[in-house]
Design a protein around this ligand. Structure first.
Ligand code: SAM
Length: 244
């Protein structure tokens, strides 16, 4: 299948494109990629540098430690990605610990995107004007996203987390779509999402530990009720569920 026939296209820009590429070739994401359900491009940001040393960063205005990634380089990379895309709207994700927290809801929103561009920062991050500029472009939606309240060294691992969460929601990627319905964080209505109930498989006894009797009963209604109660119990304990 040619790239312009693929409904979901993800372009990742990074100074470590091989890291991103090799990680994404595995598992369900790799299969979806091979089958043509999605297309993922992993691009070398340094290819847009202008000097012999392929520099992509410079010292911060106002002083301070570390280096900042240059907007000129990022602008060229993102514009090139748009040039090769047929999408009308481009969703630009900028991973940053200072962004909105990534959630299942955000993954669902992004699973409907036609063209996602992920700008993986390094050093102290990307010049703030990159986000500002593309926010002002009518064909762009910009998402500054944090994968959690901690700092990692670069946006690549964050990009991989987001791609995993987004791509598995694209119809056809997961063999049995029912397995998406009862997962932790899945919002089935406007209520709070629940965490998943505990799961068990064979053997029925392992190191002296048994499986809850109800799961062996074959009574689907009672099993569903038991699972809902365990979900609520777990959510209350771990996340402070407020509804009964
Ligand atoms: N100086 C930045 C700050 O304090 O907000 C941290 C920069 S961090 C060392 C370098 C890059 O790693 C960021 O530009 C971003 O791409 C990525 N990164 C680090 N922590 C992240 C997180 N929690 N979520 C998403 N991306 C993160």
């Amino acid at each position: 299948m040619k790239s312009n026939e693929v409904a979901h296209h993800i372009d990742v820009y990074s100074i470590f494109p091989d890291y991103v590429h090799s990680a994404l070739q595995n598992s369900l994401i790799g299969k979806a990629w091979q089958s043509g359900l999605i297309e993922i491009g992993s691009h070398d940001l340094r290819g847009f540098a202008k000097d012999l040393h392929r520099t992509v960063d410079d010292t911060p205005y106002g002083g301070g430690a570390g280096m900042v990634m240059m907007p000129t380089i990022w602008g060229e990379a993102i514009d090139q990605s748009v040039e090769f895309s047929k999408a009308k709207i481009h969703d630009l994700i900028i991973p940053t610990p200072a962004g909105e927290l990534f959630t299942q809801k955000k993954a669902e929103e992004l699973s409907r995107a036609e063209h996602i561009i992920i700008a993986c920062g390094r050093y102290e991050g990307i010049d703030a004007r990159v986000s500002e500029y593309y926010q002002s472009q009518p064909n762009f939606r910009v998402h500054e996203i944090s994968i959690g309240d901690y700092v990692i060294n670069g946006g690549e691992a964050a990009a991989l987390v987001m791609i995993e969460a987004i791509v598995r929601l694209i119809p056809g990627v997961i063999g049995n779509p029912d397995s998406l319905l009862e997962e932790s964080h899945t919002l089935l209505d406007d209520e709070e999402a629940l965490l998943e109930y505990p799961s068990y498989t064979k053997p029925a006894i392992w190191r002296g530990l048994g499986v809850p009797e109800i799961l062996l009963s074959g009574h689907h209604g009672k099993i569903a009720q038991w699972r809902l109660e365990r979900s609520k119990e777990r959510t209350r304990k771990v996340r402070g569920l407020t509804r009964e």
